[in-house]
Ligand binder design. Sequence first.
Ligand code: UDP
Ligand code: MG
Length: 326
Amino acid sequence: MLLSIVTPFYNEEEAIDAFFSRLTGLLAETMPTYDIEFVCVDDGSNDDTLAILQARAINDSRIQVVELARNFGKEAALTAGLWVARGDAVIPIDADLQDPPEMIPEMVRLWAEEGFDVVEAKRVDRRADGFIKRFTAKAFYKFNNAIAAMPIPENTGDFRLMSRQVVDVINSLPERQRFMKGIFAWVGFRRTKVEFVREQRIAGASKWNQWRLWNLALESITSFSTWPLRVWTYLGAGIAGLAFLYGLILIIFTMVGGRDVPGYASLMSAILFMGGVQLIGIGILGEYLGRTYLESKQRPIFIIRGIYAQNGEKPAPSITIKDDIV
Ligand code: UDP
Ligand code: MG
C-alpha cells in the first residue's frame, strides 16, 4: 500500500528540515509496512524552498518535487499535488507542521481497517489562532453552512486522508476556481473524523491575512450556493409589498386629510436606501458573473514547470491534463 503525503510549500525554507525529520521519523516508527511518497509542491516560492526540496529529492527516492510556474495559491498547489499523487491513500498536510503528523497512523487505521473513504482531522482547540480569526472563522462556518448545499465540517482544514477513489473523483471535477474545503465536503463518501489541537507555526508567518480570508469566504459561498442570488427575489417582493401598503396609506391620508406636501426626509431616505439595496444586488450579480467568466475561459488551474525526483527530471507536462503527468 502506498501513502501519498501532499504538501504545498510557499516560502517555507525554514520549515522544511523540521517537516521531513518529524514525518520520516514518525512514519518509519509507526507505519513501517506502508510505502510512502512525498509530493512536495513548490508554489512559486521566492526563497530557497525549491532548491532545498530538490536537494532532498536527490537523496531520498520517496520525494517528488513539483515546481509550479508561479505562485498559484494554496488551493491550486494542493490541486496539483493531488493530481501528481499516486497513493492508495492521499494525505494533504501543511508544511508548517500546524497539522500534527502524529494523527496520521490513526487516520490510516480508520481507512485501512474500518473502511472509511475520508478521515477528516478536526481542530478541537484553536488556541493558536487569535481572537479575530476564531470569531470570523465561526461566523463563516455558520453563514456558509446555513446556505450551502453541502455543509463544510467546522474547524476542518485540508488535513485529512482520502482514498484513491475520492482523489480520482476530485481530480475529475472540471471547475477552475477551487475551494478545496468545499470540494472535499461536496464529494461525500463514507467519512469520519479524528480530533487534534492546532499548533503554532514551526517557522515563518501565515500567508493568510484578513483580506485573503474574506475573499476565501466569498469564494466558498459563491462556489457552493446560489442563495445570495435568489435572496433578491424575496427581498424585492418584500420591499414591493411594503411600498404598496405605504402607497395605500398615503392615498387614504391624502383623501381624508388633504394634501400633505412636506415629505422631503422620507422621500430622500427611501431613495437612498433603495439605491443602496440595488447596488448590493448588482454587486452580488457581478460576483457570480465574474466567476462564470473565469470558468468560461477554461484556463488551467496550475502550470507545472517541472517535476523532480531521484531518478532525474521528468519531462514537464505542458498542460495540466492528468494523463500527461503519468
Ligand atoms: N501555501 C501555498 N501557497 C500560498 C500560500 C500558502 O502553497 O500562496 C502553503 C504554505 O506553504 C503552507 C500551507 O499552504 O504549507 C498553509 O499556509 P499557511 O500556514 O500560511 O496558512 P494557515 O496555516 O495560516 O491557514
Ligand atoms: Mg499554517
